[in-house]
Design a protein around this ligand. Structure first.
Ligand code: T4K
Length: 402
């Protein structure tokens, strides 16, 4: 096993002390400043007057955390909504992922995608595991099962795919390979809240799936996350792991972590869940308007949503091709000039960050599809209350650039 990553932490600490360039602190010119900024997303929030009584309840009970009543209610309500057997809430998607890897006692090498948010691989490094990057499929932008098997070695113990943008992985092909090589499968389903494939919830596949309920996600609890599992015994053990490994007041059975979600976050989640279907439908409408407006624009391709029975329209990625008169970075600048702030999710590739680039599998030549997509992707603003006027500003910026 390559242990060079152990040396990466001091380097990271130095990076925090880097000076911030003055242009990053600069204000926009006065005329542009009048335009409302349009960010890549805006959180779906419950009505404040509905939240206040819930907060009063928390204040009266003075139970703020440690598996309180709202936390328990949200776990049950989410399991029902997502149509999965058990949900264990966490304080973030990253701690859920780190704990899932610990719970399954994953060792050695883990095959994963370079085309994701850094948290996917960071969870591996925090568990002292070696990420092995495998290229993505050009159609789904998910781990390519056809290239996966060649990356398996005697040290491989698990596969960590991501349902990128909420588009389901080829779960059948991945499971077939995992079964043949006796590998665990943990799905990073941070983007896949509420997504169903032909067989039901996408979260039902693999050994475990993890979710993120960060402010920027389809469903949020400010910060939050979850592990989805199949049986009560697994949930019980995972629940212990997120509470330091405590079984009772004095017995500790594992070197657990503090991964617990607070009652405040659970209150937000309970209310947000009541209106989530409407919020997802609004996202669907934004998605539809983009596709319609951009259909004929040469050089811009909208990443197709996979055929799925229930979608969540989590992101709206476009690929800026060579037929478009400007490259991705130029288009990005054109957006910023008009106070639109799309994001280059996921550029750069995880594998090209300094704490990963020394791994042999991080070589860009082995990741041609992911490298090309990362250079051309732009995620356009999508959120439930994106007004048609603001969406038109986004669309118009692309049309003007032609
Ligand atoms: N696995 C995958 C595949 C993931 O994508 C993620 C997280 C994880 C695992 C880990 O889950 P968590 O541990 O985070 O639960 C954001 C999010 O912080 C991150 O959760 C997310 N993926 C990633 C794709 O995006 P940033 O650094 O791009 O977020 P930020 O703060 O720049 O926000 C983007 C825009 O959203 C802002 O420009 C404005 C808007 N925004 C953001 C926040 C935080 C708001 O309007 N309100 C807010 O409170 O990472």
């Amino acid at each position: 096993m390559d242990n060079r990553f152990l040396n990466s932490f001091p380097a990271q600490r130095d990076a925090y002390l880097e000076p911030v360039p003055p242009e990053e602190c600069a204000e926009p010119p006065a005329s542009l400043a009048q335009l409302e900024p349009i960010y890549v997303t805006r959180p779906h929030l419950p009505a404040l007057d509905e939240l206040l009584p819930e907060l009063e309840g928390i204040w009266e009970r003075a139970v703020l955390t440690n598996n309180g009543p709202l936390h328990q209610r949200l776990e049950r309500k989410l399991a029902k909504y997502l149509d999965v057997p058990y949900v264990s809430l966490f304080l973030s998607g990253t701690t859920a992922l780190m704990t899932a890897l610990q719970y399954l006692n994953v060792q050695g090498e883990v095959i994963t995608t370079p085309y994701s948010f850094v948290a996917t691989s960071h969870a591996l490094l925090w568990n002292r595991l070696t990420p092995v990057f495998v290229d993505i499929d050009a159609a789904t932008l998910n781990l390519d099962p056809a290239k996966l098997e060649a990356a398996i070695t005697a040290d491989t113990t698990a596969i960590l795919p991501v349902h990128c943008y909420g588009n389901p992985c080829d779960v059948a092909a991945i499971q077939e390979i995992a079964d043949r090589h006796d590998l665990k499968v943990i799905y990073d389903a941070a983007h896949a809240f509420g997504v169903n494939d032909d067989r039901g919830s996408i979260l039902a596949h693999g050994d475990l799936s993890t979710l993120s309920f960060h402010a920027t996600k389809v469903f949020n609890t400010f910060e939050g996350g979850a592990i989805v599992c199949r049986d009560a015994a697994t949930k019980k053990r995972i629940d212990r792991m997120k509470n330091f490994g405590f079984v009772d007041e004095t017995t500790v059975v594992a070197a657990g972590i503090n991964g617990k979600l607070s009652e405040f976050s659970a209150a937000v989640g309970l209310l947000a869940l009541d209106s989530i279907d409407g919020a997802i439908a609004q996202r669907g409408e934004v998605d539809r308007r983009y596709r319609e407006a951009l259909a004929g624009v040469r050089g811009i391709s909208c990443v197709p949503r996979a055929r799925q029975r229930r979608d969540n329209f989590a992101y709206f990625p476009i690929l800026v091709g060579s037929e478009f008169p400007r490259n991705r970075d130029e288009l990005y600048e054109a957006f910023v000039e008009r106070r639109v702030f799309p994001r280059k999710y996921f550029y750069p590739l995880i594998s090209s960050h300094q704490m990963y680039s020394h791994f042999p599998s991080a070589d860009e030549a082995r990741l041609p599809v992911a490298s090309a997509v990362a250079e051309s992707v732009l995620c356009l603003p999508i959120y439930p209350d994106l007004s048609t006027e603001n969406q038109d500003r986004v669309i118009d910026t692309i049309l003007r650039a032609v």
